[in-house]
Ligand binder design. Structure first.
Ligand code: ATP
Ligand code: MEV
Ligand code: MG
Length: 333
């Protein structure tokens, strides 16, 4: 009789995930209250590398993450160190989520082409990328849906309340309609023709958590403003029809209306308002803030890329991105 051989593969030493960011065409903030939103996953990737290690460590180019230490007490994971508060909060919850799936000591290295906080779902991309890379390192094959779900839990805990929009876009890719049907969230992949987009980046002055709280406060103070939330949902569905039938002029017009409503919710800064008007004057079919606001990204719809880019730069955009295609969601190597 032959020996029973135990066959085990060589453990993986390191893994890498490329997690895309997103641009919100319609419906941010209202989506937190279950209304429909339209989000595009864009091929601007946060790269997360994980490596087996004896202890936890985290490096990220643009942020100072010195002298971090990981504290695990009765399954509660905390990080202490010198990094900016919110970065620590994200990673404490990311680590808690990794701890639940049995991952502890890991070296994490992040490189991002975007500023920390950009209105383009950098928080979701960092979270999705870290969970995807670390799970691969531990030879776990999580589905993209599971990665999206774990990452959404992290966003909810950091922001106080959060929709699954950004984490779904980063994990699943493509163009998504996100909406709630009763208690159930629906993530519907939609097929759209090419939409010519130009994005201007400005400094994001508040975190998404602060902006979501600001909107919640306004809605409590003035409950009739809930109608704005309803209207954003309605215009998102109208915009979906326009997108599917290729009526870009109508899409642009609805982007402008959506921007006005976000302004009335108190999330648009003077710098962003000026940028939106500048690109409209330069011939964009429509323009609005993308993401939580408080600075961040302005998305403009239009083929006249040179004029729109010049208008963004003239009003002080730190960067201009031209988007021609969508991403296919998180990739692990
Ligand atoms: N390069 C990075 N390294 C480490 N953490 C990052 C990096 N980029 C983003 N983050 C995390 O994301 C947080 C910023 O998230 P925030 O939600 O405010 O911006 P955003 O996701 O780009 O915008 P929005 O939510 O409006 O789309 C940071 O505080 C940090 O925790
Ligand atoms: C403002 C918001 O709608 C989008 C942030 O990108 C928050 C969320 O959906 O969790
Ligand atoms: Mg975010």
């Amino acid at each position: 009789m032959g020996e029973v051989e135990e066959v085990s593969g060589t453990p993986i030493k390191s893994s890498k995930a490329l997690a895309p960011t997103k641009v919100t065409l319609f419906g941010e903030h209202a989506v937190v209250y279950g209304k429909p939103a339209l989000v595009l996953s864009i091929p601007v990737y946060v790269e997360v590398e994980t490596e087996r290690a004896d202890e936890f460590s985290l490096e990220s180019g643009p942020v100072s993450l010195n002298k971090l230490s990981l504290i695990i007490e009765e399954d509660e994971v905390r990080l202490s160190g010198e990094a900016r508060g919110e970065v620590l909060r994200y990673f404490s919850y990311i680590l808690e989520s990794l701890n639940i799936i049995g991952i502890r000591d890991v070296r994490i290295r992040i490189s991002s082409p975007l500023p920390v906080g950009a209105g383009l779902g950098t928080s979701a991309a960092v979270t999705v990328g870290t969970i995807a890379a670390a799970s691969k390192l531990n030879d776990m094959s999580l589905t993209k849906e599971k990665i999206a779900e774990l990452a959404w839990e992290v966003e909810k805990r950091v922001q106080g309340r959060a929709s699954p929009m950004d984490t779904s876009a980063s994990a699943l890719g493509g163009a998504l309609l996100i909406r709630r049907d009763g208690e159930k969230w629906i993530r519907e992949k939609i097929t759209i023709n090419e939409v010519p987009l130009v994005i201007g980046l400005f400094k994001k002055r508040w975190t998404t958590g602060e902006l979501v709280a600001r909107v919640a406060k306004r809605l409590t103070e003035y409950p009739f403003l809930n109608e704005i939330i309803e209207v954003i949902g309605d215009l998102t569905m109208e915009a979906l029809n326009a997108l599917e039938s290729g009526d870009l002029a109508k899409v642009g017009e609805l982007m402008n209306v959506n921007h006005g409503l976000l302004e009335s919710l108190g999330v648009v800064t003077k710098e962003i308002a000026e940028a939106v008007h500048a690109v409209r004057m330069a011939g964009a079919l429509g323009a609005k803030v993308s993401g939580a606001g408080g600075g961040g990204a302005v998305v403009a719809l239009g083929d006249n890329v040179d004029e729109i880019s010049a208008a963004f730069k003239a009003v002080g955009a730190e960067r201009v991105l031209v988007i021609r295609r969508l991403s296919r969601g998180v990739e692990v190597r």
